[in-house]
Structure formats: structure tokens, C-alpha cells
Write a protein that binds this ligand. Structure first.
Ligand code: FES
Length: 225
């Protein structure tokens, strides 16, 4: 887990754009009187988006002012959640999961790739393309190891598949998010391995089938002339 501090180099000011301010006010209005501070996370998220993927101190303060909160309270939220970047990030920001299930499935190898391909954690490549940070569990442990790149999850990774993804992104391609092996979402690898007996899906029991009329006759039996 990385240290969560405001960047040393900060922007001189921040103000929501007119559109974002209107959006922010609509979010705030969703909450009952006295609970407007509950909008802090969506507002920080929008401020981060407007700032190009990170939260300058002035943006945190602007959110505090809009919500009537103490600046330190908003700073606490911004520094707690790794979804908020406290310093500039690359065009593709990789959140690398370093929690136990991912580690047990080979996350260490992914970390080596990130070091090799991008550089030090929390640093942006010279061309501004990549940055990476280690975070806690991202809730996709069943597809471990995994990383999040911008808004997408890349799962069931190996050093090779992560390297390929980074190369593709750098080349302007959009690699397919999700599992990087032959697997449907988080279904078992290799296809279903439980509840596979077709008999359990029969709508009738064998005794009900025995009592049914033979095919070609209806329920009232053969027609008489
Ligand atoms: S431990 Fe990596 S996603 Fe949960």
C-alpha cells in the first residue's frame, strides 16, 4: 500500500466548469436536507475527471466549500480511497492489486512487468502514457491476478498477457477487458463443472413421463369417428 499524500507540485486554482457545477448541484440535491455531504465522493470523482485524472488540493478545497465541509474532512476522504489520485497520472493509469488472493496467483510477476515497462510506482512515464500504483483488493479475486487500467478490469493475467496489454495500449489499440484466458467472466475455467447432469433440468419426473399419452395423441386420448 502506498503512502497517500498530496502532490508537492500543485495547481494554483480550481473551479468546476459550468456544466460540472450544474451536475454537482443536481447530485447534492439528491440527498435529504442536512445530508448534502453524502455527495462528497461523486463530486471528488467529477473534480478528478475534470483535472485530467488527479485531484489537486484546490479541487479538494472547492468540493469542501461546495458541500459546506471542513477541508480536512474532504481531504480524509480523498486520501483514504485509492480511486482518487493525489498526483498527476499517465493517460493509462494502472491500479495493480497486491492483496493476498492476487499474490497467491502470481501478482508478483505482474509487478515486475510494471516496474520494467513503466518504471517506479507513482511516477508517470516521460511521454505521459503510463503510471501505476499498488492498491488493495479490487473485488475481482476470483479472476486473480488482475489490474485495473483506467475504468477497465484486466483479469486472469500472466506476465505475458499484461505485457501484451501494455504494448497494445501504447500502440493505440484497445485490448479487450475482462479475463485474458478462455473463460466466461468468472465462470469456472474450462467451462461448467457443477450441475452438469442434464437430468436435473427435466421438467417432469420419470413417473410423470410414463403416465403421459404417446406422441401424436392429445390429452383426451385417440379421436373417435
Ligand atoms: S485480491 Fe486482487 S482482486 Fe481481490
Amino acid at each position: 500500500m502506498s503512502v497517500r499524500r498530496l502532490a508537492e507540485k500543485q495547481l494554483p486554482s480550481f473551479a468546476f466548469t459550468a456544466d460540472n457545477l450544474e451536475w454537482a448541484k443536481a447530485q447534492i440535491a439528491k440527498y435529504p436536507p442536512g445530508r448534502q455531504q453524502s455527495a462528497v465522493i461523486p463530486l471528488l470523482w467529477r473534480a478528478q475527471d475534470q483535472s485530467g485524472g488527479w485531484l489537486p488540493q484546490k479541487a479538494i478545497e472547492a468540493v469542501a466549500e461546495l458541500l459546506g465541509m471542513a477541508k480536512i474532512r474532504v481531504l480524509e476522504v480523498a486520501t483514504f480511497y485509492t480511486m482518487f489520485n493525489l498526483a498527476p497520472v499517465g493517460r493509462f493509469h494502472v491500479q495493480f492489486c497486491g492483496t493476498t488472493p492476487c499474490l497467491l496467483r502470481g501478482a508478483d510477476e505482474l509487478k515486475k512487468v510494471l516496474h520494467r515497462a513503466i518504471g517506479h510506482e507513482n511516477e508517470v512515464t516521460a511521454d505521459g502514457t503510463f503510471s501505476w500504483v499498488e492498491v488493495e483488493c479490487l473485488g475481482a479475486c476470483v479472476n486473480a491476478p488482475m489490474v485495473q487500467i483506467n475504468a477497465d478490469y484486466y483479469e486472469d493475467l500472466t506476465a505475458e498477457s499484461l505485457t501484451r496489454i501494455l504494448i497494445d495500449l501504447a500502440a493505440g489499440k484497445m485490448p479487450k477487458p475482462g479475463p485474458q484466458i478462455d473463460r466466461q467472466n468468472s465462470a469456472p475455467v474450462g467451462g461448467p463443472n457443477t450441475l452438469t447432469d442434464p437430468a436435473i433440468y427435466r421438467k417432469t419426473t420419470p413417473s410423470q413421463e410414463a403416465a403421459m399419452p404417446p406422441p401424436g395423441t392429445d390429452s383426451t386420448g385417440p379421436q373417435r369417428n
